[in-house]
Design a protein around this ligand. Structure first.
Ligand SMILES: O=C(O)C(=O)C[C@]1(C(=O)O)C=C[C@@H](O)C=C1
Length: 390
């Protein structure tokens, strides 16, 4: 797993950005009512995904449609500012993925061209360059707009890209194996789900998402290749909400990984147990440490938040000197907190079971990814924790 280098909290939050992206309006449902939609169009028709960071992981993807003047297809590139390099698609097909994205941009331009304003006074997008943009179809003059991709005069390189037709390989799902597999998880860096992603897919590029729903969507939209999500804990039992999500989405379970969960009580440096009036964490983590918290003599209210590392991050961001978080030692390191107590899970063999999902396979594809799991088992992958659900 490509572990994200620890960031000091004072440093601007790490971002993953989709820059100046021209992508088609896919089956992206504006299902979230979140007001903090992360994809916006700028005035140059770009879609911009902003602020995917520990403080603000990948959020629900909402598109707003506006009248558009002109579309110039460009490549999609996803950047994480922990690393200076763009995300590469595994097994050497980076260029074909880029081509796919360019091709999608062509489709997008066809969609958005239907929204183009009727003012063509600048003659910008007529294929023949004429201002009134009258096209000939089958020898007949017609005033119907053909919605053609605009040609950049003088730029044959751009035009070649724009004219490239889609092929079957452009439509194949994201590559499966090797390094830089992109794995979505719910939470911020330091969450146990991030650790599970790294255990399930060593060398993967983990993608934090603020909600499980978003983690599912990013796989469906090929922003990520996999999602890893907790379904069961040895103390807390089944996580029903995630089973529901599995039923609702077109993702397929391809394996499981079990993660020993070792909780710590974290607070700002210098804060003592006696100062703590509130303990915040993921509800599962609170449940898994209930007895230990009492034994520690903490006279503190419990408050549930979205994920354990998010709790640690919240304390650091808001300089909360009366609040402690239950989270991992890695979260302490990432957000500059001290460990007040270590190993506070009530059961020393506290284990959470995560499943690995990928987009549902197309017909005829099954053999490939099944082989992938079998291969991992043969290699003793995940210390024998893998099992197939199929
Ligand atoms: O909050 C996190 O760090 C998570 O990864 C979620 C989660 C869970 O949903 O059960 C994962 C493992 C632990 O059991 C506690 C919390």
């Amino acid at each position: 797993m490509l572990l994200i280098p620890p960031v000091r909290f004072s440093v601007k939050s790490p971002l993953i950005l989709i820059k100046k992206t021209k992508i088609p309006i896919l089956s992206l449902s504006p299902s979230s009512s979140s007001s903090s939609s992360s994809i916006k169009r700028n005035k140059d028709v770009s879609l911009t995904m902003q602020a995917i960071s520990p403080s603000s992981p990948l959020k629900s993807l909402l598109l707003t449609r506006r009248p558009l003047a002109r579309v110039t297809p460009k490549k999609l590139s996803v950047h994480c500012i922990y690393r200076s390099d763009p995300i590469h698609f595994p097994n050497g097909i980076g260029s074909s993925r880029a081509d796919w994205q360019t091709s999608c941009a062509i489709l997008a331009s066809r969609v958005v061209s239907q929204e183009q304003p009727t003012d063509k006074s600048n003659g910008d997008y007529g294929i023949d360059g004429s201002a009134d943009h009258v096209a000939a179809v089958n020898g007949h003059k017609t005033s119907v707009d053909l919605n053609l991709v605009p040609l950049n005069k003088g730029s044959s390189e751009d035009n070649n890209k724009a004219m490239k037709p889609l092929t079957i390989t452009d439509l194949s799902p994201a590559p499966m194996h090797g390094s830089h597999l992109r794995v979505a998880y719910q939470g911020v860096p330091g969450a146990y789900s991030e650790a599970a992603a790294g255990k399930a897919y060593p060398n993967c590029e983990s993608i934090p998402c603020d909600q499980f729903e978003v983690a599912f969507q990013v796989v469906e939209l090929w922003v990520a290749d996999r999602v890893v999500l907790p379904v069961e804990n040895s103390l807390g039992g089944s996580i029903h909400r995630n089973y529901d999500l599995l039923l609702r989405h077109r993702l397929h379970i391809v394996g499981e990984v079990q993660l020993p969960v070792h909780h710590c009580l974290l607070a700002l440096p210098g804060v003592r147990k006696e100062n703590i009036t509130q303990v915040i964490s993921h509800p599962q983590a609170l449940a898994q440490c209930e007895l230990s918290l009492s034994k520690l003599g903490l006279n503190a209210a419990r408050e549930a938040v979205d994920d354990t590392a998010g709790a640690a991050q919240h304390i650091a961001a808001n300089n909360l000197r009366d609040t402690a978080a239950i989270a991992s030692a890695r979260a302490a390191e990432l957000y500059g907190l001290q460990i007040l107590a270590d190993g506070i899970q009530d059961d020393s063999s506290n284990v959470t079971r995560f499943v690995k999902d990928r987009e549902e396979e197309e017909e005829g594809e099954e053999g490939d990814w099944k082989g992938e799991e079998e291969e991992e088992e043969e290699e003793g992958g995940e210390n024998g924790y893998f099992s197939l659900f199929k």
